[in-house]
Design a protein around this ligand. Sequence first.
Ligand code: C2E
Ligand code: CA
Ligand code: CA
Length: 549
Amino acid sequence: MIGETYILENFERALENGHIKAYFQPMLRSFTGEVCCVETLARWEDPINGVLSPAEFIGTLEKHRLIYTHDLAMLESVCRHYAGTVSAGKLPVPYSVNLSRLDFDEPDIFERITGILGKYDVPASAVHLEVTESVLLDHAEGFRKTFDRFHNAGFRIWMDDFGSGFASLNVLKDYDFDLIKIDMMFLSSMNERARTIISSVVSMAKSLGIHTLAEGVETAEQVDFLRGIGCELLQGYFYAKPMSTGELEQYLNAEDVKAEKETDRAYLNNIGLLNVLSGDPIGDYSRNRNKAVGSQPASRKSQYPLALLEFCEGRFTFVYANDDYIAEIKQLGFYDLSDAEKQINDSSKPFYSGTIKQMNDSIKLECAVKKDYVIGDIYYSLTIMFIASTDEKTMLALNIRVFCSDGIEDRFEEINRYSRALFYNFDLVNILDPDRDRSRQIYSNLPFDTVYGFIPLRAGIKEFAANEIHIYDRDRYLAFMNFDTLDQRIDKDECSFVQQPFRVRIPDDKYVWKLIRITRIPTSELSCYMFSMQRMTPADIRLVSEQLP
Ligand code: C2E
Ligand code: CA
Ligand code: CA
């Protein structure tokens, strides 16, 4: 540890020589993974003692009232960096700077800070101010005025280390901070209680219209959790440590790092205020937007199926979906989210036009739009709420509820009860899976000698034709069972099946006419078919025998 005397004797010179530098640590937006801001952190690169961390000198500077000079010098470095980036033809990311509570003792703080920004032509929206709640300990009166002046000038004011002190909640009550940085202490012990607290802080902040950031993110598990509860911004060693200007430039140029586009920022900020943990996120969001009552209490485990769907260049993309949403869409028959995404984007299906229509209604009416749909005996209601848009894209919040006409259990029981009668219509039902060259028997009342399901599908078909189909019908049967042309034949008739009568062998080497049908089973991954064999009425048989040799 460096002594106080050393710091006091060398501070001014270090500042003059540019040894006290601004380092930058990126903050990433949790659901895009893009860098949306960098925090400025001081580093003293001492020629004798190496790099000193703020913990080694900030305290001393505060004690001796040198911190104001220091913080303004950091701000100047930031503005120089901003101006340098702009003149290099690049887009700067916004910065946040740390201000000591003692800085607010200085009567000219507003003029000094805006003066520095003005000198480098930096807009107030590009520099966010981080202050801790301690600022209110002895400045409650003065701070109010300064806070409002900065706000009115277009600065964002962030509360640092939220939850580390005693007064965090009280401060939120009286000041409309733009963002709270949840103290890293909460993440350091990621147990169930910590998770509960973090979730509550996030949903409380959202119901107040305040953005949220988690500091000290170090593991992928923490990232998953924070993204799941809708914490908007993430900062920590998991992504990057504080870096020098050179390192930052390298970092931002790396292939896998993307900086957020300026034009997306307001859009993404709006989306960030949606409280995914609320019992009624869409309702909350529209109430907040219309500045009416606040939110319903958040539940720890989300119970509300919620997804965020982005519409861009004619395509929908899910950017978020909670577990309950995924459970609902599985009930609708989708495999997973990407399956649902595929179907929604299939413009030949009604999902696509339906979603577009609901989106446009929500934009026009400026409220959530709910619609009921029916597929078979399942019906579902889909709520779509327009959240935000840019010239290129639109973000929607979706809620879905799936209902069955009666309880799903009852349905299964009923189907079971009557399935025997249903099967009585058939002599044989098989499921054919040509992609994997397999078949599986579902039902049979025909006493064939061979169990065709145990041999590969194509070989089984040949053998079946040879053993069980009348020689007159054999070639026609093989052509009928040709999978290379099957889909084409099915499509041609615009039914989901093809069927033909064939003479099939029964015991005692007799043959009877059977109607064989191949029905396409729509699943999204494999093409599967149902093979069924039915008896025919004497009248049908007479008709067929007249036409066939
Ligand atoms: P802070 O504002 O809470 O800054 C975050 C601190 O956490 C930084 O320490 C950062 O390096 C560290 N950190 C970032 N990610 C992680 C992580 O994943 N895990 C862990 N364990 N730590 C992480 P740093 O740079 O040593 O700064 C310490 C404190 O010094 C800052 O805390 C801030 O209160 C103060 N400070 C730094 N620069 C300035 C400044 O220019 N002016 C003033 N007034 N205070 C400053
Ligand atoms: Ca900070
Ligand atoms: Ca902090």
